[in-house]
Structures are given as structure tokens and as C-alpha cells.
Design a protein. Structure first.
Length: 139
């Protein structure tokens, strides 16, 4: 069973996100991860806009998703999110999505982001402000 993280974002499955089999189309889970990631950044007090204001940007360089179950139209999913690892220029978001009512695990996965200088498009050090925000939030 995957670990539940301190932060989660509730997300209701829309009909348009389901496929002919009646469950969420597999590609939408990466979108759910991205929503969780964005909301997590706001929750820790360091948003993507803060990164841009520092004259930096980030690219997603890797992602993966493991499917443990199915989600269906109108279900509420809890998108658990955290930054599990911070390297020199990269940081890894980890995800575990649970269906709210049954608490069943639907997916787990991760997204690796690299901080870059937007002019050179080269990796740069993850800012101390982000490192501190994660430490203070996660404890």
C-alpha cells in the first residue's frame, strides 16, 4: 500500500475524463498529478510564479504512473502529493491517488522537475527558498 502524504488535493472525476470502458482514461492521471503538484506548491508557500519571479523556470524531465485500480465518473479522488527528493538541480514530486469514499488506492507515480535558467535552458541549483519551504512544510 502506498503512503499517504501530509498534503492532498480533492479532485472530482468529470465525465469527459472517462473512456469507453467507463473509467478514467489512463493519460488523465498525469494531469491529476500536475494539479496536485501545483496545489502542493501553493500549500508550501512557494508557487511556480515565485520561481519565475526569481528569474528561473522548470521543466518536467520524467514522469511515471503505476495503476493500482480504477476511478469512475463523479468519484472524488484525493491526490496526495509531496516533494520526496531534492537534488542539486532537480526535485521529485511523489503522488498517491486514493478514492475518497472507499479509500482504495488508484495510482501512484512521480514527476521529476529540473530548475533551469530560462535564457540558457541549462540546469541551475534548486533555490534555497524552495528547499526551506519543503523542510518547513514537511517537518
Amino acid at each position: 500500500m502506498a503512503e499517504k502524504y501530509k498534503f492532498y488535493y480533492p479532485l472530482k472525476v468529470r465525465f469527459v475524463e472517462t473512456d469507453a470502458q467507463g473509467h478514467v482514461f489512463f493519460g488523465h492521471y498525469l494531469t491529476y498529478f500536475d494539479v496536485g503538484l501545483t496545489e502542493y506548491m501553493h500549500a508550501i508557500g512557494f508557487s511556480y510564479q515565485d520561481l519565475l519571479a526569481m528569474g528561473l523556470d522548470m521543466f518536467y524531465v520524467a514522469s511515471d504512473c503505476q495503476y493500482h485500480g480504477r476511478a469512475y465518473f463523479d468519484e472524488v479522488l484525493h491526490v496526495h502529493t509531496r516533494i520526496g527528493k531534492i537534488g542539486n538541480s532537480s526535485f521529485t514530486f511523489q503522488f498517491a491517488i486514493y478514492e475518497k469514499e472507499s479509500d482504495r488506492l488508484v495510482t501512484t507515480g512521480q514527476i521529476v522537475a529540473v530548475v533551469i535558467d530560462p535564457e540558457t535552458q541549462k540546469p541551475v541549483r534548486v533555490p534555497e527558498e524552495l528547499r526551506r519551504a519543503v523542510r518547513e512544510y514537511e517537518g
